[in-house]
Write a protein that binds this ligand. Structure first.
Ligand code: M6R
Length: 613
């Protein structure tokens, strides 16, 4: 969704840095962009443009047209007001003194706008964000002190925000504020930064602080001062981001999604290896005792989108290992469902970005009801990671493509490790099974590498099937769970209608949709139910379906007798098998979208991190 960057330098020009930072956040999804730069000679200069960032870059000659060492930039994903140049950020106050960029939603903006209109303030855009620029000017004119004015303004607004602000009276200061929308402070050699996403500034600095809710920061080229909502100074801890710059770059690949699919063996290795010692799962960051585990009466797994599909897989696996009931819930449903959470409830929250608003709100609701929350998150220092009682990171590295791949598989494998860990505490898993699963988890990177050698086969099948307008994914148990993910991947990037069904459900309705030529992707990797799954393949074949199967080495021969085409994945333990079975589905979606000429990394209407409800 929206992206913010700000820079205040000693001598270095701001505009090219702002444009570069915005380009690195393009993956988040946006529909317009803008920058504001302040110079001694020209005051505040603002340029905005609807559409791709290239338009803004051309308009400013790559930033060269705007002189000044202080500036803010924004990519907008429209919420209030259509995507156009006027509604794009930065927003400028009426007398042109203040420029502001905003991520989030101001809930009481209409009420505030009404009050300002009565005072004669003129508005140019339809946005909630412009109201804050105008309100800020109003308070600044009252007190003539920017920090004080920001404090007064924040006390009047309701909603979520990350703000970047510059004022023509402050030639060397950038002001930032945050509540419920991420904002990072970056400490650089040639100046200091703000950004909503670490990828925007990682090329320039790895030293960062994460702003907390209610904080306001005043940033100059050689100082960063942070205050709480009472304007009392706060000491901020600095952290070093260990992501490699190249991890957030395409590095010669046509798409981030493809690069990230290929990065899965390494991402899984990074997530797993530090957590296995002497044949046992070691979760140093997790402080759960056997006593606590024995007192758990209910486990919830809460997430959105693909992260929710990880929960669906993990429910099967954890119930097998823990012999405890696990409920999976879509975060957007959970938060309004009057959920049965108390102090004996363990709530697992799964999120790549750690900023998904629905997931965060569901987590807060669970905490409010007394549940203990454990977050599985990829982005270090993200809001969910900081608010959860416990956090375990997937070490997938930056994931840029909107369609998640390496975050999904690292979440799967980390959930398996946590499941084993809890099962061990509860003594609910046979040691032989524990050992077998752990061994297979350790073998995953190698088996993934082996599987990725078949990229060409999947590419061929995609070229054969990309013209289908409706595609079904069927499977049982864990195969059904990964079918959900395969179907979502295909829908989001290729725009082909698709549905995933538990194969046993076909006869209860869906099989009526199968007609000669319908493409069915049949998943047959879950060994305990392979025979049952096979009967369903036979059923759809009998009605004329074209079947592309995903199966294992062990079942290849039997599957190939019926299916029209097969992709074969290495055998593994059933608990671990989904981490392999899902990869051909990711590749299939990728190659189908490629054949169709879709914008793979930035599919229409979607954003990488969904920070609105
Ligand atoms: O950052 P999160 O994991 O919380 O995001 C959740 C979903 O928005 C995300 O998984 C989405 O479904 C992906 N685009 C799927 O590829």
């Amino acid at each position: 969704m929206c992206g913010i960057i700000g820079f205040v330098g000693k001598d270095e020009q701001a505009a090219p840095i702002l444009l570069d930072g915005l380009e690195r956040m393009e993956y988040r999804g946006y529909d317009s962009a803008g920058i504001a730069v302040r110079s001694e000679a020209k005051g505040l200069q603002v340029r905005k443009a609807k559409g791709r960032l290239k338009v803004l870059s051309d308009l400013t000659q790559g930033g060269a047209e705007l002189e000044g060492v202080l500036g803010i930039g924004h990519t907008r994903w429209a919420t209030h007001g259509e995507p156009n140049d006027v509604n794009a950020h930065p927003h400028i106050s009426e007398n042109g003194q203040i420029a502001l960029v905003h991520n989030g939603i101001i809930e009481n903006y209409l009420e505030l706008k009404e009050q300002l209109l009565k005072r004669g303030v003129k508005f140019t855009s339809d946005t909630d964000s412009e109201v804050v620029a105008q309100l800020l000017e109003f308070h600044y004119n009252e007190c003539h002190n920017m920090l004080e004015a920001v404090g007064r303004c924040l006390r009047r607004i309701e909603g979520s925000y990350a703000f970047g602000i510059i004022c023509s009276d402050y030639p060397n200061a950038l002001i930032a504020a945050r509540k419920d929308s991420p904002l990072i402070l970056g400490y650089g050699e040639s100046g200091n930064y703000i950004a909503s996403d670490v990828t925007a500034i990682i090329k320039y600095t790895r030293e960062v602080s994460y702003m907390d809710d209610g904080e306001i920061a005043v940033i100059t080229s050689n100082s960063v001062d942070v205050f709480d909502d009472e304007l009392t100074p706060v000491d901020k801890k600095r952290s070093v981001v260990d992501w490699d710059v190249s991890a957030a770059e395409k590095g010669g690949y046509a798409h981030f999604m493809f690069k990230e699919i290929l990065e899965q063996p390494e991402a899984v290795r990074r997530t797993v290896s530090p957590r296995i010692k002497d044949g046992r799962v070691v979760l140093d960051d997790l402080d759960l005792t056997a006593d606590y585990a024995r007192g758990i009466s209910r486990i919830y797994m809460i997430a959105c989108g693909s992260a929710y599909h990880v929960a669906v897989v993990s429910k099967y696996n954890w119930e097998r290992l823990l012999r405890r009931p696990v409920e999976v819930a879509l975060a957007s449903e959970f938060r309004y469902s009057d959920p049965l959470v108390d102090e004996h409830t363990l709530v697992i929250v799964i999120s790549q970005s750690g900023e998904t608003l629905d997931t965060m709100a569901a987590m807060r609701e669970a905490k409010r009801r007394g549940g203990r929350t454990l977050a599985i998150v990829n982005v270090v220092g993200s809001s969910i990671a900081r608010e959860a009682d416990d956090v375990l990171y997937t070490w997938a590295g930056p994931e840029i493509a909107v369609a998640t791949t390496k975050a999904y598989t690292t979440q799967l494998v980390l959930m398996d490790l946590v499941g084993l860990y809890l099962a061990d505490l509860l003594d609910s898993v046979e040691q032989a099974e524990y050992k077998a699963i752990l061994e297979e988890i350790q073998l995953l990177p190698e088996k993934m590498d082996q599987l990725l050698e078949q990229v060409g086969d999947v590419q061929y099948f995609a070229s054969r099937y990309f013209n289908h307008t409706s595609i079904f994914f069927i499977g049982r148990n864990l195969d059904y769970a990964i079918g959900l993910e395969g179907s979502l991947k295909l829908k989001e990037i290729s725009y082909i209608h698709s549905e995933a069904y538990a194969s046993g459900e076909l006869k209860h309705g869906t099989i009526s949709l199968i007609e000669p030529g319908t493409l069915v992707v049949a998943l047959g990797t879950y060994a305990p139910l392979f025979d049952k799954a096979m009967s369903n393949v036979v059923e759809v074949k009998a009605r004329g379906a074209e079947v592309l199967s995903i199966t294992t080495e062990s079942f290849r021969e039997r599957m190939e007798k019926t299916a029209d085409a097969s992709v074969v994945v290495p055998d593994s333990h059933p608990v671990v098998q989904p981490s392999l079975g899902v990869i051909p589905l990711q590749l299939f979606a990728y190659y189908v979208a490629l054949q169709k000429g879709c914008d793979i990394d930035k599919p229409r209407n979607l954003a990488k991190s969904v920070t609105v409800e």
